[in-house]
Write a protein that binds this ligand. Structure first.
Ligand SMILES: [Zn+2]
Length: 151
């Protein structure tokens, strides 16, 4: 159903995953505004380049896992499709813990082709960014670049 919509940001060995500086800043600002609660967003773009995001409403205030309401999730996917972009990943914050996926994060992740980002905000002045790929039943840290592309 969403074949074109679902990206494969790790499919290219030659091009590294990237995130625009603008999106990175917006994610950080919004995660700070949501603190001490968890923040989450869908990330979209083309190929390996993330150039936009959609903040997701919190469906609970659980500090150790994130989940979305079905209608919110489908609405966000529809929005990505309308911009003719691809869904490339998700990000959520860990307001009180390091940016390491919890066992519940692993259990709740169903899109292995996408990138999985965690923003560690234990020390809000020095946020820790981690991008992961799900490989053989576990999250592997992936390097990425921050680009200055405007669009
Ligand atoms: Zn988590």
């Amino acid at each position: 159903m969403y074949i074109d919509l679902l990206g494969e940001p790790f499919a290219s060995k030659d091009t590294r995953l990237s995130l625009t500086r603008k999106v990175q800043k917006q994610l950080l600002d919004e995660a700070n505004a949501r603190w001490p609660h968890e923040y989450s967003a869908l990330l979209y773009g083309r190929g390996t380049a993330i150039c936009g995001h959609i903040a997701m409403p919190a469906s609970n205030h659980d500090r150790h896992s994130f989940s979305w309401n079905g209608p919110d999730f489908l609405q966000a996917l529809k929005q990505i499709r309308q911009t003719r972009m691809q869904w490339l990943g998700v990000l959520h914050s860990h307001p009180h813990t390091p940016p390491i996926p919890s066992s519940r994060d692993a259990a709740g992740w169903h899109y292995p082709s996408l990138s999985y980002w965690i923003l560690g905000m234990q020390t809000p002045a020095t946020p820790l960014w981690r991008g992961y790929q799900w490989v053989d039943g576990e999250f592997d840290v992936r390097s990425y670049t921050v680009s200055d592309d405007s669009e």
